[in-house]
Design a protein around this ligand. Structure first.
Ligand code: PLP
Length: 379
């Protein structure tokens, strides 16, 4: 048996700037004596992100979930939204908090994004939006979804929580659809400890989002809508700003890690990597999703997941169970058989990838997976 890792290898680990740099940044916050409520560092961070995304139509929040929740509310989405069950549960929660009924439809088998044919088939007179997810940073079928949305007069909203840094053609992924939500949570490839952002097409809506994240305050005496509190604070913005400076390095390192996984696992029986993305996509290597075929590999995905823990490797079953199978959504009627999503949820495993994961350790993770499989198959 190969030796287990001495320390746990988790599926993700946040990038941290140097402590000296962060301390210098904190000094600025102490000098300003300003911690939250649209402080100078949040404002500067907003300008940096505007430059990065090449748009002024952005709004910062304290996390991704509240960004999406407020985004849906600000756009007036109601009735039904067609969405994916193969996502993090917060996508659906954001609908629930707005009393929007989720209509779950199936995903396509290569990149796990919404299947446009299933979307079109699920449209009813109550449908007002498509809420699609660039799951694992894989771009949705952007043009087809845009055509469907235009034809049926629906809003097209993207949960882009996994897609920071992804570009399609000459544009950031943020430029597609009516609105996109990005999460800057510590487990994502890019983070601000916690944080979130909306990007949107209609510049007129920015004021609504600003009200909604700050109690609806117009000024000391006027409250113009029943908003909530979803403001980003100065320390989050400081972290986000520092991590942004390293983003190219972070993505390059992840590209190298992904290349090792591909080289080592491509030929392993029963382990299926995702196909190469289309040539015009600049990917961010947010996750390493693989499918495990029980017969060919020699054991089930769940057995492999457990066995890897014995080696101190903590992979994750993203996304299993499907959102529609959680107790709180069991009562939602699902007409689509979700054939692909169900199959993928049973087979999916995401493997460790983070900035300071050594390439030698990636080799070792692959060798362990190979050894586990061949041991079972030789029985
Ligand atoms: C992380 C995540 C969210 C929620 O973002 P937070 O910043 O953690 O609130 C929403 N959708 C997806 C797909 C995510 O992975």
């Amino acid at each position: 048996m190969l030796a287990p890792f001495e320390k746990p290898v988790n599926v993700a680990r946040p990038f941290l700037p140097s402590l000296d740099d962060f301390r210098d940044g904190l000094k600025e916050i102490w000098d300003n004596h300003w911690l939250t409520n649209n402080g100078p560092i949040v404002q500067r961070f907003g300008r940096e992100l505007s430059n990065y995304f090449e748009t002024d139509n952005i709004c910062l929040f304290t996390n991704g979930t509240l960004s999406l929740q407020i985004g849906l509310q600000g756009m007036g989405i109601a009735g039904e939204a067609i969405t994916t069950p193969f996502t993090f549960v917060a996508t659906t929660h954001a609908l629930f908090w707005n009393k929007i009924r989720p209509v779950f439809v199936d995903i396509e088998p290569d990149f796990y994004t919404l299947d446009p044919e299933k979307v079109e088939a699920a449209i009813t007179p109550w449908t007002t939006a498509i809420v699609a997810v660039h799951v694992f940073g894989h771009p949705c079928k952007l043009n087809v979804l845009a055509d469907i949305a235009r034809k049926h007069n629906l809003k097209l909203i993207y949960d882009a929580a996994h897609a920071f840094g992804v570009r399609v053609g000459s544009k950031s992924i943020a430029h597609f659809g009516d609105m996109s939500m990005f999460s800057f949570h510590a487990t994502k490839l890019y983070h601000s400890i916690e944080g979130g952002m909306l990007t949107f097409q209609d510049s007129g809506i920015k004021g609504i989002f600003d009200y909604l994240k700050n109690f609806g305050f117009e000024n000391e005496e006027e409250v113009v809508m029943p908003g909530t509190n979803a403001k980003m604070n100065e320390i989050q913005a400081l972290m986000g700003s520092m991590v942004l400076k390293h983003l190219d390095d972070i993505i390059e390192k992840r590209r190298q890690i992904a290349a090792v996984y591909r080289e080592k696992l491509e030929s392993v029986p029963g382990i299926y990597l995702r196909p190469e993305l289309p040539k015009d996509v600049r990917y961010n290597y947010a996750y390493i999703p693989v499918e495990v075929d029980e017969k060919e590999f020699g054991m089930s995905r769940d057995q492999l997941y457990k066995e890897l823990k014995e080696y101190n490797i903590y992979s994750r079953r993203y996304f299993y169970p499907l959102v529609c199978d959680f107790a709180c959504y069991k009562s939602v009627a699902v007409k689509d058989p979700l054939t692909v999503a169900r199959k993928v949820a049973e087979r999916i495993l995401t493997l460790p990838i983070y900035y300071d994961l050594d390439l030698d350790d990636v080799q070792r993770i692959c060798d362990i997976i190979i050894a586990i499989g061949s041991k079972e198959r030789d029985h």
